[in-house]
Design a protein around this ligand. Structure first.
Ligand code: NAD
Length: 498
């Protein structure tokens, strides 16, 4: 049985008094227990990180980057082991787990460029004999709180840039699948990261609340559901912290009648059902414009029929289980609500039975047609393998629906019409937009974030916004007059430069 505690000051700690079980979603079997940190344990980790900050913030950016280069190499050497940890605890198929690792490592690659990224700006002679420049300085101890659905990639959106900038870090992984973060903590130590720079506290609300209110935590990065993101944003902001809190999603694909249907259907299958729909960038609604709906249904159904659902460790699977028995029940309830509210369930995954995995948290792909904007399954995030088709008369109606939705994380248009695509990119009220690309996740050197109730706070994750989030800017104005020429008296008016 696995027992996970915390990782503080470069080592694993004693287990806490409170613990929570970890299950393997494919079998439903108990895998072990994870500690839930109390207030004192979290405060101890913050104190350790605060001490480590004194020296880490003074290490040169080049040497901080060199630790990350080694960490990247170690992650690559251990990629099979890490992917297996993800699949065992999350359930997603092994190749998808490797994809998540690669996307996370791209942020490490970006953070390795920190000597360049931290450079400030300099203007000579802003006034007679006066120069001005700005520098980007680290914040101190910063914290990250992650969701279950990308146990490695989401933490890696945060900590590589934070520590490259000279901060020290407290990571609070999801209590549902914490093993891969603990392994990354070991690999960071092996890469030469000084003790106390990266710490992991496992836990639940008690641990999170301690981080949100602790006076020595300067900034909080959060990714998870919208109600918790909003709570994190308001609580941590009220305690004087810088916050970026990414929330839930309901991502629409706008399917124009002129789209390449074959391409759109292939893209849609992966975007709706990959990782069992447990992705914040999953497509969960198709707005089928004009007559595109009938052709879409006809093309989708045989593909859904052929989906291979099973244990993510078994080669060739397309889709694994959901994260927990409770979440499986929640998604099944949404399917029942969709039927009760009058949508047409044309593929029903509820009766799926996976051989040798009877206790696993599996749900087959579900497809609803004739969904309307008033229905619960249209309005709320389901976070499962459930795709809704809404029939709309034209492009304008489709765009209006997307713009009215409470969430604005990702969206995509599938069309051959450049003018429609261009209009869509300009006018859609969503943070990440794809044109014939179903899951438009920005690369590590751009920034990731949604609009509306999908993001609380002004700065997105990683890329240039990541560097801005984890640094504070200081502007310096200086002159070095010779004592003999200092003839000016005191100035009582707003200083202006000549
Ligand atoms: P969640 O909100 O339940 O949990 C996220 C984190 O918050 C976990 O670490 C959890 O321990 C902590 N938490 C939960 N309840 C809390 C409370 N009451 N007080 C303080 N902390 C609490 O989310 P989840 O189920 O782990 O993840 C799925 C959600 O994350 C989905 O809504 C998905 O859309 C979202 N998500 C968003 C993005 C994005 O980029 N916008 C990316 C990935 C996931």
């Amino acid at each position: 049985m696995l027992t996970l505690s915390h990782y503080v000051n470069g080592k694993h700690t004693e287990t806490s008094q409170r613990q929570q079980p970890i299950y393997e979603p494919a079998s439903g079997e108990l895998r072990g227990h994870v500690s839930l940190a109390c207030k004192q344990e979290v405060s101890h980790a913050v104190e350790i990180a605060k001490q480590a900050y004194q020296t880490w913030s003074q290490v040169t950016p080049l040497n901080r980057a060199r630790v990350l280069f080694k960490f990247k190499a170690l992650m690559e050497q251990n990629i099979d082991e890490l992917a297996e940890l993800i699949t065992r605890e999350h359930g997603k198929v092994l190749e998808d787990a490797k994809g998540e690792l690669v996307r996370g490592l791209e942020v490490v690659e970006f953070a390795c460029g920190i000597p360049h990224l931290l450079k400030g700006e300099h203007t000579q002679q802003v006034g007679g004999g006066v120069d001005s420049w700005s520098v980007n300085q680290s914040l101190g101890v910063v914290a990250g709180i992650a969701p279950f659905n990308f146990p490695v990639m989401v933490p890696m959106w945060m900590f590589p840039i934070a520590i490259a900038c000279g901060n020290t870090f407290i990571m609070k992984p999801s209590e549902k699948d914490p093993s891969s973060v603990m392994r990354m903590a070991e690999l960071l130590t092996e890469a030469g990261l000084p003790d106390g720079v990266f710490n992991v506290v496992n836990g639940d609300k008690e641990a999170v609340d301690t981080l949100l209110t602790h006076p020595d935590v300067q900034a909080v990065s959060f990714v998870g559901s919208t109600p918790i993101a909003e709570y994190i944003y308001s609580t941590a902001s009220a305690h004087g912290k810088r916050v970026q809190a990414l929330g839930g999603a309901k991502n629409h694909m706008l399917l124009m009648p002129d789209a390449d249907l074959d391409q759109a259907v292939k893209a849609l299958m992966g975007a709706a059902y990959g990782s069992a729909g447990e992705r914040c960038m999953a497509i969960s609604v198709v707005l089928a414009v004009g007559n595109s709906g009938d052709k879409l249904v006809e093309a989708l159904l045989p593909q859904i029929e052929n989906l291979k659902v099973g244990n993510g460790l078994t080669p060739e699977m397309d889709m694994g289980p959901l994260i927990s028995a409770q979440h499986l029940q929640k998604v099944r309830d949404y399917v029942a609500t969709g039927v009760a509210e009058g949508a047409t369930l044309i593929a029903d995954g509820r009766n799926l039975s996976v051989k040798d995995q009877q206790q696993g948290y599996f749900l087959g792909a579900c497809l609803f047609d004739n969904v309307t904007p008033e229905m619960t399954i249209y309005q709320q995030e389901i976070f499962g393998p459930v795709l809704a088709i809404v029939r709309v008369k034209d492009y304008a109606q489709a765009l209006n629906l997307i713009n009215k939705h409470e969430f604005g994380n990702g969206t995509a248009i599938f069309t051959q019409n450049g003018e429609a695509a261009r209009h869509f990119c300009h006018h859609v009220e969503v943070g990440m937009v794809g044109v014939n690309v179903p899951i438009p996740v920005p690369m590590a050197f751009h920034s990731f974030g949604g609009w509306k109730r999908s993001l609380f706070g002004p700065l997105h994750m990683h890329g240039p916004d990541g560097v801005r989030f984890y640094t504070k800017r200081k502007a310096i104005t200086a002159r070095w007059p010779k004592a003999s020429v200092t003839t000016e008296g005191s100035a009582f008016i707003m200083p202006t430069m000549n």
